[in-house]
Design a protein around this ligand. Sequence first.
Ligand code: IMP
Length: 193
Amino acid sequence: MRLCFASNNEHKLDEIRPLLPASVQLLSLADIGCTEELPETQDTLEGNARQKAQYVWDHFGVACFADDTGLEVMALGGAPGVYSARYAGPQRRAEDNVAKLLHELHEHSDRTARFRTVVALVLPDGAVHEFAGAVEGRISEAQHGAGGFGYDPVFVPTEGDGRTFSEMPLAEKNGLSHRSRAVAGLVAFLNQK
Ligand code: IMP
């Protein structure tokens, strides 16, 4: 089955590729000739994931799934949440987002946080299916590690040994991560079909 993953984020493609069954031919947006920025104007993770996957199906006619992820920090009332990519401004720079997050949490002792991902799958018959995944953790006081992307240098999963996602090899992050858990739901669904 040819299935597009509606993302230009090479890190995400690298994470997801090993999780999918061999029967799936994973296509990137570049592979299907989609060079435009996908619309992402909803105010929920579910809405944005659906919007991106639906856009690809409507404009390119390829079965597609999209993810949307938010980092929810308890002391900040769940922010940045659905606005995680633009937390420090429209330039969407990870370094700026992480710097702002560390600054906002400077005075807080409660640093608990969770990553939440929603994956939306749009099939050729028009049916839409959603899969969710989350990982609990905390925001470290400083950045650690060089791997991963986004908020990985400051996210310490509760189930780990104190290292941030950036300090873990990809397979280890995938063993714990929000996205791999959401993708596990997608894979179970695809394997049933
Ligand atoms: P999006 O789902 O790609 O829009 O991601 C929203 C924001 O969360 C962006 O700033 C991403 O860099 C960040 N993000 C998404 N997934 C991860 C992850 O696995 N680790 C760290 N940051 C992530």
